[in-house]
Design a protein around this ligand. Structure first.
Ligand SMILES: C[S@@+](CC[C@H](N)C(=O)[O-])C[C@H]1O[C@@H](n2cnc3c(N)ncnc32)[C@H](O)[C@@H]1O
Length: 216
């Protein structure tokens, strides 16, 4: 027998994110992340992957900038929206989306760019392990770009508890990767950004930004 349960209370990551995406026609703006665009716009295009790509705006931007762009997300609904947006924008050929839990995702070919933007979750997410494995997927001469909330936005759901490591600082993030001597840190800093919350409220948000390059 199935037990009725409150959807918001689930702690299963797939169910949590499916519920989150299914709760609205779209949960993100559809615009690429300006910080990410600034970090990668001058890089030569190659193969990219975005970890926790959501509805795919960053993947679509990368594809439009010439990248062979992959996006991975645990939510099948988010990935279906990303694929539909790619189709609408004529970017189906240049993009590839996978609905997969990154904890078990194991691609074969390396990537010139691995991005993780706000790969953070109020439910279980082995972020450090996922990012460590992601670093091993970076090709020689390629980069890993990690952008994270360094502090909770004031409008984030206050009902949910946050644990240590949920809002990583850049040095902590970089150190947790245990990267070898073949890596060069290009950016490791907190950036401030003005943003508008869901009800139009304005706030200054803190982003942790880490860019590291594997020597080629
Ligand atoms: C805070 S959202 C960020 C989405 C997008 N990158 C952005 O910048 O707007 C975190 C994303 O990570 C995804 N996610 C959480 N845990 C995951 C996992 N284990 N494997 C793959 N994706 C996951 C969620 O479905 C969600 O889309």
């Amino acid at each position: 027998m199935h037990h009725a349960h409150n959807d918001d209370a689930t702690t299963d990551p797939r169910e949590f994110w499916e519920n989150r995406y299914s709760s609205a026609e779209r949960i993100w703006s559809g615009r690429p992340n300006a910080t990410l665009v600034g970090l990668v716009e001058d890089l030569p295009a190659g193969r990219s992957v975005d970890l926790g790509c959501g509805e795919g705006a960053d993947v679509l931007w990368l594809a439009s900038a010439g990248w062979e762009a992959t996006g991975v997300d645990i939510s099948a609904t988010a990935v279906a929206r990303a694929r539909a947006a790619a189709e609408d924008q004529g970017l189906s050929e240049a993009t590839h989306f996978e609905a997969t839990d990154l904890a078990v995702w194991s691609p074969i070919e390396p990537f010139d760019l691995v991005t993780a933007s706000f790969l953070q979750s109020p439910v279980e997410l082995d972020r450090v392990e996922i990012l460590r494995r992601a670093s091993s997927l970076v090709a020689e001469g390629g980069r890993l770009c990690i952008i994270s909330h360094a502090a909770p936005p004031p409008w984030s759901e206050s009902a949910r508890g946050h644990g240590p490591g949920d809002f990583p600082q850049p040095e902590e993030d970089l150190n947790s990767l245990n990267l070898g001597a073949e890596w060069t840190t290009e950016i490791c800093e907190v950036r401030r950004r003005e943003a508008e919350g869901p009800n139009g409220e304005l706030a200054t948000l803190l982003d942790s930004v880490v860019v590291t390059r594997r020597r080629g």
